[in-house]
Design a protein around this ligand. Sequence first.
Ligand code: F6R
Length: 241
Amino acid sequence: MKKTICKNYEKMSEVAADLIVRQVNLKPNSILGFATGSTPVGTYKLLEEYNKAGKIDFSEITTFNLDEYYPIFRSNDQSYYYFMQKNLFSNVNIKPENINIPNGEASDPDAECVAYDEKIKALGGIDLQVLGIGRNGHIGFNEPGDELIAQTHVTGLTQSTIDANSVFFPNVDSMPKRALTMGLYSILNAKKIVILINGANKAQAAKRMLCGGIGTDSPASFLQLHSDVTVILDEEAASLI
Ligand code: F6R
């Protein structure tokens, strides 16, 4: 895995945004995989600025997001659909029909997951997948456990994720306890992967992912199996490696 260590969050976001711009300029109809969460917000902000400045054109881009709570209405301000609209999609010239996010309103979530993987495959696969990492080493909603699931699937959230994310909901009962997430195969099948890691509270997860063996205790450690991964860390997140 290629590592780039940046002074701070702003620099990390800049390096990531530049990488995405290069990808899109080389292949204007790229298929991009996006993550939600606080980590990529700075990168998305820069992409918005670069789009307005004419440095990146989203008009031919197709996107697939990693995950979504289930069940959740798109209009819920905690849905990942809402997050992506607010932080990127409604601010750039992407065509709404080219945006794909697992549907938290689907009546048959298992069928939704199968269709999601089929659509990625039918369009030729993801060219560049952007990832963040959980403090426990999760990627997407693939949580540490005895086993990991390859394909896009419905998963229960772990207590640590419920604890971390329930603060954003009015109360813990109103937070969905399941999610739809791309699986490890769906993620590793991307042609290129870039994972962003910032903050001291991610240092242990970064060390485990980069320096330990491959194990289901760290879903992110499976990225070691991929031949084109760029890890962009800030100094705090890189402090233990
Ligand atoms: C969200 C996702 C998650 C986050 C991870 C880190 O789409 O894939 O795996 O990347 O939970 O979240 P933040 O960036 O909020 O620390």
